[in-house]
Ligand binder design. Structure first.
Ligand SMILES: NC(=O)c1ccc[n+]([C@@H]2O[C@H](COP(=O)([O-])OP(=O)(O)OC[C@H]3O[C@@H](n4cnc5c(N)ncnc54)[C@H](OP(=O)(O)O)[C@@H]3O)[C@@H](O)[C@H]2O)c1
Length: 317
């Protein structure tokens, strides 16, 4: 079976593209050819690389047709950020594929009401990214219902893996927070540290995409959260990192407004985005229909990633 993966060299693709090869599939990987996968794998030798710039092809209205012409039975779309982009692709693929797998995000949910949030929760996204991703999901699931588009949408949490910075206990990407913990310094958390983050190892996300292919009939027209088994409070996360580095817990707390003055504008904005969402998503549906069984807890995934940051001098004492 031929699979076309769009954006197969990024955080998710670095695990998923080789996994598809290992599963015995013929894999065509579409990207601009700028980004190198985060991890080496001999499976890449069997991947057919297709260099295409989605943005410029979409402007010419040729992207959908270029993908359809690759004749994949399955298309995995990891780089879709607007409904227009989804439409161009699905219109070209309509009636020509067996399964379209779309990558969304848990940001399709705005603030939580009942937690863990289920896939059935009404969508109330905020922020451009979440609003657009929710609109894509709405469009695709409607196409599934009304026009039998064979689509499944997977919503990952904060991606973690060796090779890049995970969201830290302050809710942003600054790796110096881990270094400070390693040096036994006090770190300051916004508010009372009880807001949440919901990570997931990129390998578990990749496995969920493979599971969706193998459980096709059970998952058509459905969306799923793909996160670790449990979200973390910022405070619990910080405590676990002090324990990981065998340091005593040294925490201070400040109301967000005050806290944000001591960090860069970018870090403050990223933290706000995470604490305003405070995601805490359920994986019950994915477990039941997809057979999703994440290997990593949030902390295990983060600690593996921070170990990599240490070995590469990005986190240091
Ligand atoms: N990062 C997260 O924490 C997170 C969380 C939840 C959901 N997601 C979702 O996961 C999906 C994948 O995200 P990611 O973080 O794995 O992405 P990523 O690491 O940024 O990788 C993006 C991939 O798309 C390719 N690409 C980028 N622009 C392109 C273009 N114009 N034309 C063709 N290919 C292009 C890149 O290769 P080239 O640069 O070489 O083209 C690369 O293969 C996205 O839909 C995102 O919304 C991400």
């Amino acid at each position: 079976m031929r699979v076309v993966i769009i954006g197969g060299t990024g955080h998710i693709g670095s695990f998923l593209t080789p996994m598809l090869v290992e599963a015995g599939l013929e894999v065509f990987c579409v990207s601009r050819g700028l980004k190198k996968p985060y991890r080496q794998d001999k499976a890449w030798q069997k991947v057919r690389r297709i260099d295409l710039d989605r943005t410029s092809e979409e402007k010419e209205a040729t992207f959908g047709e270029r993908i359809a012409a690759l004749d994949g039975e399955v298309v995995i779309d990891l780089t879709c950020y607007t409904p227009e982009s989804a439409m161009q692709l699905t219109e070209a693929l309509s009636g020509r594929i067996g399964h379209l797998l779309q990558c969304g995000t848990i940001w399709v949910h705005g603030h939580s009401v009942e937690v863990p949030t289920t896939e059935e929760a009404p969508r109330s996204p905020f922020g451009e990214y979440g609003i657009q991703k929710a609109a894509i999901e709405r469009y695709l699931l409607r196409e599934a219902q009304e026009n039998e588009l064979p689509v499944t949408v997977l919503h990952p949490g904060h991606l973690v893996g060796p090779g890049w910075n995970p969201i830290n206990p302050q809710g942003n990407f600054d790796p110096n927070v881990f270094s400070a913990i390693l040096r036994e310094e006090e770190i300051t958390l916004p508010n009372i540290g009880m807001e949440t983050v919901h990570h997931v190892h990129a390998e578990d996300v990749a496995q969920a995409f493979v599971d969706a292919i193998t459980h096709r009939d059970q998952v058509l027209g459905e969306s799923f959260h793909v996160v670790s088994p449990a979200a973390l409070t910022l405070r619990g996360y910080a405590e676990a990192m002090f324990a990981f580095f065998e340091q005593p817990v040294k925490l201070q707390f400040l109301p967000y407004e005050q806290w944000s003055r001591a960090v860069s504008e970018k870090n403050a904005r990223t933290t706000w985005d995470h604490i305003a969402h405070s995601p805490n998503c359920s994986i019950v549906k994915a477990r039941n229909l997809l057979g999703y069984a994440p290997r990593y807890s949030s902390i295990q995934a983060i600690q593996e990633s921070v170990q990599w940051l240490r070995e590469n001098g990005i986190v240091s004492a």
